[in-house]
Design a protein around this ligand. Structure first.
Ligand SMILES: *Cc1c(COP(=O)(O)O)cnc(C)c1O
Length: 232
């Protein structure tokens, strides 16, 4: 399949899942996760109408953002974020999905240029409660949301999760429903974003209310580099 066919297939999966859930397909935005893939791949999908792109590695993203400076792309940072990399991320991206500590949020807010609109933030939740995974634990989420929501140059929009991988649809839905329920409990913050669902589980995520789905493999093919953070 070429890029046009893959993009079309993923968009159709999203529309179908939305329709089955009685949701407007336009309420779900596709983020093309382009990490490890080239700026040419991004430009090609841009020409096919794709506008939101997700990157996980700061150096790699900087390189592509320079190459693609003439494309008004909406860049989403979705990878683990170290505090010495916050300056670039704060200004070159419109969204950060992976905030799981106040320290990082505070630095992003401090570094965000005054002339730019507030940086959109999702708090990453360790929904499967795996000890080695990033993300705030559900029990600590309300306190983090409270403190992040007070930061002046950030706009707290919602929650993100990467549940443990499984092919069992019921299990996929159960974990996404948990994220949805945490989201509902934070209604005083006027959240509007649930960033959940990837190539393997986007149908379950859309069924449970995802508004941003992050798809890499099924758009760009398998990645050569699979280890998180290897390039940092
Ligand atoms: C890599 C990555 C994705 C895309 O995963 P695929 O399974 O390739 O669709 C989505 N979200 C995050 C946070 C990622 O790191």
């Amino acid at each position: 399949m070429d890029m046009a066919a893959r993009l079309k297939a993923v968009r159709q999966r999203i529309s179908l899942a939305a329709n089955q859930a009685g949701r407007d397909p336009l309420s779900v935005t596709l983020i093309a996760v382009s990490k490890t893939h080239s700026d040419c791949d991004i430009a090609q999908s841009w020409r096919l109408g794709q506008r939101h792109f997700g990157e996980s590695y700061v150096q790699e993203a900087m390189y592509k953002q320079q190459k693609l400076a003439h494309f008004p792309i909406s860049w989403h940072f979705i990878g683990p974020l170290q505090s010495n990399k916050t300056r670039h991320v704060a200004n070159a991206f419109s969204w950060v999905h992976s905030v799981d500590r106040y320290k990082i949020a505070k630095r992003l807010s401090e570094h965000r240029n005054e002339n730019l609109p507030a940086l959109n933030i999702c708090l990453q939740v360790n929904i499967s409660q795996e000890p080695t995974k990033s993300g705030v634990l559900p029990a600590q989420l309300p306190e983090l949301a409270e403190s992040v929501s007070r930061l002046p140059h950030l706009n707290l929009r919602g929650l993100m999760a990467i549940p443990a991988r499984t092919d069992d649809l019921a299990q996929q839905r159960r974990l996404f429903r948990e994220l949805r329920s945490l989201y509902d409990q934070l209604n005083q913050f006027n959240l509007d974003t649930l960033s959940m669902g990837m190539s393997n589980d986007l149908e379950a995520a859309v069924a449970e209310g995802a508004t941003l789905v992050r798809v890499g493999t099924d758009l760009f093919g398998t990645r050569k580099v699979e280890v998180d953070g290897l390039r940092e």
